[in-house]
Unconditional design. Sequence first.
Length: 378
Amino acid sequence: MTDITDIAVVGGGLVGLMAAQCFAQSGCSVRHIYPKCTTPPNADYPISLRQSSQELLESLDLWTHEVEISSMRQLHISAVGQFGMLQIAPKNQMLAHVVSAQKLLAYMQIQVKQQENIMTTHTKVVDVESSSDEFVLICERRSWKCRRLIIADGVFSPLSRILGVRAKTYPKMMQSSICRVSTDGWPKGQGLIRKTSHSILGCIPRNKNEGWVIATQLAPEKEIHRPSVSTLRKHIEDCLSTRIGKLTDFELMSEKNSILQMRKMSSQARIIHIGNSCISTPPIGAQGLNMAIQDITACQRIQTHTNWMNNEPMAWQHQLQAYCQPRHDSWYKKISLLMEHLRNPGPLNQLSEQAVWFMLGISQQAENQLKALGLGYG
Ligand SMILES: Cc1cc2nc3c(=O)[nH]c(=O)nc-3n(C[C@H](O)[C@H](O)[C@H](O)COP(=O)(O)OP(=O)(O)OC[C@H]3O[C@@H](n4cnc5c(N)ncnc54)[C@H](O)[C@@H]3O)c2cc1C
């Protein structure tokens, strides 16, 4: 392999790893660049993955059942004052795989390292020079050349800024508190979404009577307004006790701020933005990774009949945009409407009802069944 590779992937998160593996498996030489950093031990969080996402990971050799914590087989969605249970037929159908973000990352790193045509380089890209047929990625100690560039450098995307690719951003930030809870009445495999006037509570099952609650709301303007742990516990208990019982144990694991923002998936024919650098949604959507996996699936599909390395990368770009951009646009619109709804609460309206379907990574098939039932939430 020479110093110029077909593709450089910048970013070593879940999405960068998937992109590197996908293009390496299609026969491209890949340089994968990201700083080596250790994640703090409490950085883990549950991710719910659609069945189709799990299948894509499996096809890329990036899946092992060891990363799986539990499965979600029932989903209960409710708004204030309205309760009900949706049993999705056929009985016990898999809705989503709940995985550990940290274990999935560690497993993917091991698998990607074994791929012969991926060269991993632990450094930071600080600048990019572009000519008609190659990019030069200027890193901390030396530079690397590539013909195509995949940007998966996360939500602040320094590379997109360097390249002048602007993001469309919703003005308010969201704050998500990730809590581990034990209860006295949470059935195994049951996921829940409950919307209150100012927050969305997503409950992800672990075992019988235990799981996580991700409580998301618009971020308070001032630190001083941040709810205390006891207030948060009370809020969660008040909202959820009818469904998961009384909280017997409660631990606030972490708090994350997140923004809703979107960049065009392909700003020019030889560059792709993917993962959080392309579209980042607050965890209320439970869709960040599922979206990126759908994008990787599109890349994989296009690559089988039109090689991105050909002289006409624009044809490739147009196909990718056609596959992915409408989905991104529609998702951005739905979540921004939902955020607007939290800003000016009122009864659950038609638009936020639609947005709710996509939460917790429920499968397209289940989503259609839910719609066919006519009553999505009870
Ligand atoms: C609490 C929580 C729950 C979630 N639940 C779900 C869920 O249920 N379902 C779902 O689908 N998604 C979920 N998500 C979203 C999902 O985790 C993210 O969408 C996904 O991890 C994004 O990964 P990424 O690789 O794009 O970005 P990141 O993980 O941010 O990775 C960015 C990478 O780029 C590197 N980098 C940055 N700058 C440079 C540079 N200059 N040079 C080189 N490298 C650079 C960084 O070091 C890092 O390796 C959840 C997220 C959270 C926080």
